[in-house]
Write a protein that binds this ligand. Structure first.
Ligand code: C2E
Ligand code: MG
Ligand code: MG
Length: 256
């Protein structure tokens, strides 16, 4: 952190009805002094155990807001596009998340309407009362809240109804087995219907094939994210992606 060795990469999320860019997920990487790029799977758990995730998370939130505000100011995409930031359980529990958030929004000038936080089911379920209060505080500012890796953890359906959530992210382990595994197609269909009946948007992560995309479009999933459209990209690569998108490249391939 002191040496500025962390960087954020961004992965597009596409609206499956309009084909437009709906959001971008910020994903952290560690660039070592040797130039190697270390994925978050190799250091987030350690950062959580040591408590450093709070500081790292604060930097991630501030940097994602700063970059997003910069791209919005440059009119690189529509004013309703979201930047989505992963929040770890420790960060959520620590109690200073709202302070971190207010500071990030104040310092960067980003509108809370352009920000979405991603929490996992287990984070959501840790302390239902506290979660409710934090989520209410977020929603009252206009910040959106998505449940990440939905379907892999344990969550009580009554919480989904009670908590002010905005989106369910269908875990990529389900998407990977679409559209051939009959159990997985049933589960995915059920999650999409659950989202629809609770007025939550559904986003499928890890979409890699046009067959998966066709199934998700047919079943009414709202948004998709995955290598089929783009890997997470560094800032320069993402700006190139956006330029290509303006030239017509952003639309998800439509499958009849
Ligand atoms: P996640 O939030 O569920 O992020 C999605 C992960 O799936 C990313 O891995 C992304 O690169 C990968 N992915 C995207 N599309 C595809 C696809 O089509 N196929 C496959 N196989 N994978 C795909 P990444 O960047 O390695 O991040 C892994 C996890 O690390 C994240 O899962 C999240 O839990 C955590 N993480 C990443 N960035 C942050 C962060 O800034 N803060 C915190 N607290 N956690 C983070
Ligand atoms: Mg995520
Ligand atoms: Mg996920």
């Amino acid at each position: 952190l002191e040496n500025g060795e962390f960087e954020l990469h961004y992965q597009p999320q596409l609206n499956l009805k309009s084909g437009a860019l709906s959001g971008i997920e910020a994903l952290v990487r560690w660039r070592t002094p040797d130039g190697d790029l270390i994925p978050p799977g190799q250091f987030i758990a350690t950062a959580e155990e040591s408590g450093l995730i709070v500081e790292l998370g604060e930097w991630i939130l501030a940097e994602a807001c700063r970059q997003m505000q910069c791209w919005l100011a440059e009119r690189r995409f529509a004013p309703n596009v979201l930047v989505s930031v992963n929040i770890s359980a420790k960060q959520f529990d620590k109690g200073n998340l709202m302070k971190q958030l207010d500071r990030a929004l104040d310092d960067t000038g980003l509108s809370p309407h352009n920000l979405e936080l991603e929490i996992t089911e287990s984070t959501m379920m840790r302390s239902a009362d506290r979660t409710g209060r934090v989520l209410q505080a977020l929603r009252s500012r206009g910040v959106k809240v998505a449940i990440d890796d939905f379907g892999t953890g344990y969550s009580s359906l009554s919480h989904l109804k009670l908590l002010p959530l905005t989106k369910l992210k269908i875990d990529k382990s389900f998407v990977a087995d679409l559209p051939d595994d009959p159990n997985v197609t049933s589960i995915t269909r059920a999650i999409i219907l659950l989202g629809q009946s609770l007025s939550l948007e559904t986003l499928a992560e890890g979409v890699e094939t046009s067959e998966q995309l066709a199934f998700l479009q047919r079943e009414g999933c709202d948004i998709a994210q995955g290598f089929l459209f783009s890997k997470p990209l560094n800032v320069a690569q993402f700006e190139d992606y956006l330029s290509d998108a303006i030239a017509g490249g952003v639309r998800p391939r439509r499958v009849s």
